[in-house]
Design a protein around this ligand. Structure first.
Ligand code: GDP
Length: 371
């Protein structure tokens, strides 16, 4: 470590009160091997942008993971570095098929991702599996919180599994997931799965960053019971009735017919794609290759009719606006003066002395004046 780097040690920042890192005597390098040096490099020692970018473009998983950690960090310096890395990776991204996979906890998402994912890495290429639900919002069934549930994929060198960032608003997590997609694609992952628990708002976010949307359902459980809203079914490009095995096969076939009727009552899709309903068993690995064939057919059709590109462009503009909104909001709520004032106005609203609109107006006016 150079003297300059020691002087700029992160813990010398004023926020670490009582801590002072003195510049010491430069020690000789203990080992020369590149990978060992990298290992010894503590995570707080940031690398130059180019090191991350070159590593990612060479498919180096360690550097990819470090860059994703920067994307997830709330630290302004990390964020700046992350944005620089993303900008340089952007021209190398986009060459993948992005698949959103949703379904209520227990439907078999992790088992399914393991089955389809292993099929893909065996026959078609590399796969990154990301999640969008902030862990704090998760109920049981967080596939990625518990990697051991995907035994095969978690040791597959062609697969990269990244758990969802542990905290933050859905909007924030969604943006980070979208940025992570870019990094994974630049690292050569040509298949991206984004998993979400299909009970909240998150599937809209997943839909806004994927090419193909797959909904997993169960036979014999009413839609009410599965908590799946009509809007989510409407978004689906394919519905797979999972657990079609053992005594459940007949029920699954019946459900397939019912859902097939239901899905065709929805308006025709802009993509020109006719949604498909089929039955599968993630644990028995039946219907899995068929689902892959469907995804490939979808890609072929939408590339041919131009929708694939249109959707990606629409998504890029959508994310531009989402990012603006998120950053404006963050900037407002993190403002020192606003923080001081907001409690007073909140109390006035609680005491019915001020309407919420007037209070919001006053705070916003104060904010604009300061800018
Ligand atoms: P997730 O919460 O949606 O990720 O669901 P999991 O993949 O953890 O699966 C929930 C339970 O259903 C586990 O006990 C699985 O072994 C079981 N399961 C998953 N897929 C199938 C399937 O195709 N058939 C059967 N019979 N069980 C399954």
């Amino acid at each position: 470590m150079s003297k300059k780097e020691i002087y700029q040690h992160i813990e010398n920042n004023a926020v670490f009160k009582g801590l002072k890192v003195n510049s010491g005597i430069q020690q000789p390098e203990p080992v020369n091997h590149e990978s060992v040096k990298r290992f010894l490099n503590k995570s707080r020692n940031l690398l130059p942008v180019n090191d991350y970018v070159t590593g990612i473009l060479n498919g180096d998983i360690t550097l990819l993971s470090k860059a994703v950690t920067l994307v997830e960090s709330a630290n302004a310096k990390h964020q700046q570095l992350a944005q620089d890395i993303i900008t340089q990776c952007l021209p190398h991204s986009g060459k993948s098929i992005r698949v959103g996979i949703t379904g209520v906890p227990g439907v078999g998402k992790s088992t399914f991702i393991e089955a389809l994912g292993s099929y893909i890495t065996r026959h078609h290429g590399k796969l990154a599996v990301l999640a969008i639900d902030p862990s704090s919002e998760r109920t049981r069934g967080s596939i990625l919180g518990d990697k051991t549930r995907m035994e095969e994929l978690s040791v597959d060198k062609n697969a990269y599994i990244r758990p969802s960032p542990s905290a933050g608003s859905l909007g924030g997590v969604a943006r980070k997931t979208r940025e992570t997609i870019i990094l994974c694609e630049a690292a050569g992952f040509d298949h991206i799965f984004i998993e979400t628990v299909g009970v909240g708002q998150s599937e809209t976010a997943v839909h806004s960053m994927t090419d193909f949307f797959l909904l997993l359902m169960l036979a014999g459980a009413g839609d009410e019971l599965q908590g799946i809203k009509r809007g989510i079914m409407e978004m689906a490009d394919t519905i797979a009735i999972n657990k079609a095995d053992g005594n459940n096969i007949e029920k699954a076939q019946l459900a397939r017919i019912q859902y097939n009727n239901a899905i065709h009552l929805f308006p025709k899709k802009e993509s020109g794609w006719d949604p498909i309903v089929l039955a599968c068993s993630a644990s028995q690995k039946t219907g899995i290759s068929e689902i892959w064939d469907i995804i490939e057919k979808y890609k072929e059709l939408t590339i041919q009719n131009g929708y694939f590109k249109i959707k990606r462009t629409q998504q890029a503009t959508y994310w531009m606006h989402e990012t603006i909104q998120e950053q404006l909001k963050r900037n407002f709520y993190n403002d020192h003066d606003i923080k001081l004032k907001i409690k007073d106005l909140e109390n006035l609203v609680l005491e019915d002395k001020l309407s919420s609109f007037v209070a919001a107006g006053r705070l916003l006016e104060m904010y604009w004046k300061m800018k």
